[in-house]
Design a protein around this ligand. Structure first.
Ligand SMILES: [Zn+2]
Length: 283
């Protein structure tokens, strides 16, 4: 079972849904299971599935936030629908679900399935068509779909035709990079490791500000040769818990590298106007 199969199964499940937010209870009921919230789960335990007297219950932690509960429930449904045994012995832990780090492959597949059900492609596509990849839109869509920022940002990128990428980091270290198909085709690969010090995410984290933007060279984010011909605009969100940063990157071809050759000698005249000084002594 790979992610594409899981995505296909999820899409089939939600294809008839006409509007967000998705009714999670109804999806679970349609599979003959019962959704329940409980405050008896251990602290840090997000959910599990139990069968009692012939009825299967998906139980989620009442103390988790509402978006989290929706995701957990669909993650549990995924184990059942995809017939993937759970690799979390005593239920999903909060920590595991929130963070992308060190998840077993089966768990990641169930996460992908849950995200695809929570944010159906056919419902998000019309909302992101021609829209810029901004924090404002991200927050608006989290409310529309009642899903987490990670969920929405990943879905945006997967369904976008533009040169965009989503980078999730903790304490300045990249945990997850999702490039759009267009960005991959352009040959721009985002490097992992430490966040670029010039990035909006780094800026927001240093200042402990919730939001920052930055105009960058694409090569700040990517060591790919192709990146030299692109600029990058970044909007970043910083969240205190685990020092999370969410970077929304939009790439654009640099027009000046094309124009400079067209303009020829006139380009000398443009330099003072753009920078205020000539970077090289004129002979
Ligand atoms: Zn699981």
């Amino acid at each position: 079972m790979d992610e594409l199969v899981a995505i296909g199964r999820a899409r089939k499940l939600v294809q008839a849904i006409a509007a967000a937010p998705v009714d999670v209870d109804a999806l679970i009921a349609a599979h003959g299971m019962v959704y329940k919230e409980s405050d008896r789960l251990g602290p840090g335990e997000a959910g599990n599935t139990v069968t009692k007297g012939g009825t299967t219950y998906i139980i989620v932690n009442k103390n988790d936030d509402p978006f989290r509960r929706r995701f957990t429930a669909l993650h549990e449904l995924a184990h059942n629908v995809l017939d993937l045994p759970s690799k979390h012995a005593s239920g999903v832990t909060d920590d595991e679900l929130e963070r992308f780090v060190g998840r077993p492959p089966e768990e990641k597949i169930c996460d992908v399935f849950a995200a695809e059900c929570l944010v159906p492609a056919h419902l998000i596509k019309p909302l992101i068509n021609n829209a810029s990849f901004s924090v404002d839109l991200l927050l608006e869509l989290t409310r529309t779909f009642q899903a987490s920022r990670q969920c929405i940002a990943s879905s945006f990128v997967r369904n976008s035709k533009e040169l965009v990428a989503y980078v999730y980091a903790e304490a300045g270290v990249t945990q997850h990079v999702i490039p759009s198909a267009a960005l991959r085709n352009a040959g721009i690969f985002i490097q992992g490791g430490m966040l670029p010090s010039t990035s909006a995410a780094s800026k927001a984290m240093r200042a402990a500000e919730g939001f920052a933007t930055q105009d960058l060279d694409a090569s700040d984010w990517s060591t790919s040769d192709k990146a030299l011909h692109y600029a990058c605009y970044e909007e970043a969100l910083f969240v205190q818990a685990w020092k999370q940063t969410h970077s929304l990157l939009t790439f654009e071809p640099v027009a000046s590298s094309v124009r400079a050759t067209e303009v020829g000698d006139d380009s000398d005249e443009l330099l003072p106007e753009l920078t205020g000084y000539l970077p090289w002594p004129k002979r």
